[in-house]
Design a protein around this ligand. Structure first.
Ligand code: GLA
Length: 600
């Protein structure tokens, strides 16, 4: 249900509608703002935040998610002092570095106890999330589009809608907040027909080949993958234009037939003959200076006339505030998608917005560029999933720079991070799952030494960590040893056995290696509490260590459960704990299934 509060400034002729929506059974509400010009003259909006809450201070601490490329969404807690503290992005994307999420928590808040007031933004562009503590010890918490660089001209009769902010309350710690966000997003935000489906186990060739591949190499990978039960081949960056490095061809969305000999259709048909689906990588928002598209349309890039455009990864950003740019790129990509049976698209976005200027906007509307850009991105994604309703869309942005609720409205999954190291992923996935359903987290098994950090971890651990997400592979499967191939088969089996539970269940955090240094643990519990999965990763081994009793969460205290061949009362597992023997060696993982005893 939505409550609308109407406000009117008759002097200026401004009408503001505040929209508050509530959701049955969830301690959440959303808030957005609609501004209308009912007067006779144009005016300029300079700041339109989406939510604002005033409270008395409760010695709040502030919780946010911070990081960088390959190190996204690490949880950070800090005291809330006097003055203003904010978390923000003016990079044109929700960003690797700071995240459109802010929670104020009472002192000592844990997973189970303490009060939490959280805000998350359903938006993928510039944002500010701010907490302000005043002289009277009152606290104001706000979230919205970042006012820096923003103006919006409203002509008489025009309206502006600020994106929705989601507000969640928990009186039972962070765990409860997490589960409210997960349920809210699964029930009310993610629309994809794949939301409640087991996604095909994919193998992506990026870390296997980078730009160095042809159709033969891809088919070799597909053949070995199919034999092990992998269900979809994803052809990553490098298949189009003249692209053989990251320095050209973005915008030239046609197949490079020197690489993909015989064309895309033939490749896809050959992959399908192996019983696999086929997916493709695109980066629609970008243009390489070295491209046919740029030679034809230099004004399509975001730029300030007369100034050099800053290059990043040797590319410029397309001006998606312009319909003709969005439509032009869309047509090229749609043609590729129509030319072969493509089941999946990975939509990437590999640089931030700089040298902000649009060749099409008049001077007094230049401040609209960043928001119009986001609306253009959303428009194209809407068109894509409408015209190709069976397409499984995965968003991505240099890893996880746009893992946000705005994107989840269009795609049921988002690539979480370019860092595929299982140990680095613990903190990244912990921070991401603090808000977003694990069914949305793109997670793959890759080779060791890991390409980002050089670490070697057991193959089993890499599989267990990737199971807490969409699950897939990102390696040259033709180079795996026979032993590793056997492990792939058993991981594929585990995926099929457990994915329904992992995707639809309740997530509980038991321990965080970011806090304790030694071990990480989480659980997924079936909604009816009849079954659960316990994951434990021993990050560092300790000398002379004794077993650890892990106190489980989310079970029914009155039910009896079977775990590792023994039965226990739910209350025993939750209060006394399950004994987890110390393992010999670092990076060891365990996955334990817990089933209601009477069901066996
Ligand atoms: C980004 C993505 C990677 C890969 C490369 C290709 O970094 O996050 O997964 O697709 O681009 O250039």
């Amino acid at each position: 249900m939505t409550l609308k509060v109407f406000l009117r400034d008759s002097l200026l002729g401004v009408k503001v509608t505040l929209l508050y929506s509530i959701f049955r059974g969830l301690d959440a509400l959303t808030r957005s703002v609609l501004v209308e010009n009912e007067g006779g003259e144009p005016f300029y909006l300079e700041k339109v935040l989406s939510a604002c809450v005033d409270m008395d201070d409760r010695d709040f601490e502030m919780l946010g998610l911070f990081g960088s490329w390959a190190r996204e969404r690490h949880i950070q807690r800090m005291p809330l002092g006097y003055g203003r503290q904010n978390i923000a992005s003016v990079k044109g994307e929700s960003s690797h570095q700071e995240h459109p999420f802010l929670a104020l928590v009472t002192p000592g808040t844990s997973q189970e106890s303490g009060e939490v007031y959280a805000m998350n933004f359903v938006y993928s562009g510039n944002f500010i999330a701010q907490a302000e503590k005043s002289q009277f010890n009152s606290v104001r918490m706000m979230m919205g589009i970042h006012p820096e660089g923003f103006t919006w001209k409203l002509e008489p009769g025009e309206r502006f809608t600020a994106p929705e902010a989601v507000l969640v309350y928990s009186g039972q710690g962070l765990g409860r907040m997490t589960r409210t966000f997960h349920d809210l997003y699964r029930e009310h935000l993610i629309r994809s027909p794949y939301l409640h489906e087991k996604r095909p186990i994919l193998i992506n060739n990026w870390e296997a080949t980078y730009f160095d591949f042809d159709e033969k190499k891809l088919l070799e990978i597909a053949e070995d993958a199919a034999a092990l039960g992998i269900e979809m081949l994803v052809m990553d960056d490098g298949w189009f234009g003249k692209r053989s490095l990251d320095d050209s061809s973005l915008g030239d969305w046609y197949v490079n037939e020197e690489k993909i000999k015989g064309g895309l259709h033939a490749l896809v048909e050959n992959v399908k003959k192996l019983g696999m689906k086929f997916g493709i990588w695109i980066e629609p928002e970008m243009i390489s200076p070295e491209s046919e598209l740029y030679r034809r349309h230099p004004d399509w890039a975001i730029r300030i006339p007369g100034r050099d455009i800053t290059q990043s990864r040797a590319q410029y950003v397309l001006d998606f505030s312009r319909d003709e740019v969005v439509d032009g790129v869309y047509e090229m990509i749609a043609e590729v998608l129509r030319s072969a049976d493509i089941s999946y698209v990975k939509w990437d976005m590999n640089r931030q917005l700089t040298t902000l200027g649009s060749c099409a906007l008049p001077p007094d509307r230049q401040g609209e560029l960043s928001h119009r850009y986001m609306l253009g991105v959303y428009r194209m994604q809407e068109r894509l999933i409408t015209d190709f309703p069976h397409l499984l869309l995965e968003n991505c942005s240099g890893g996880g720079a746009r893992f946000d609720a705005g994107m989840l409205y269009y795609s049921p999954q988002i690539w979480c991070s370019d860092d595929t190291d299982a140990i680095e992923r613990l903190a990244i996935q912990e921070g991401t799952a603090l808000i977003y359903p694990v069914s949305a987290m793109g997670a793959h098994v890759s080779v060791c030494p890991n390409h980002t950090v050089g670490r070697t971890t057991p193959f089993e651990t890499r599989g267990d960590v990737a199971l807490l997400g969409t699950f897939g592979y990102e390696l040259d499967i033709t180079k795996l040893s026979e032993e590793e191939k056997v492990l792939v088969k058993s991981q594929v089996e585990k995926y099929h056995k457990y994915n329904d539970l992992i995707r639809e269940g309740d997530y509980y955090r038991l321990a965080s290696a970011s806090e304790n240094r030694y071990y990480d643990s989480w659980m997924i519990v079936e909604k009816d509490k009849s079954r659960a999965l316990l994951f434990c990763v021993q990050v560092l081994a300790e000398a002379n260590a004794k077993s650890r009793f892990l106190r489980l969460k989310g079970l029914d205290p009155d039910k009896r459960y079977l775990a590792e061949g023994k039965t226990y009362a739910g209350r025993t597992l939750m209060h006394a704990g399950l004994r987890i023997p110390a393992a010999f060696g670092d990076f060891k993982s365990r996955l334990i299934e817990i089933t209601e005893a009477s069901l066996l």
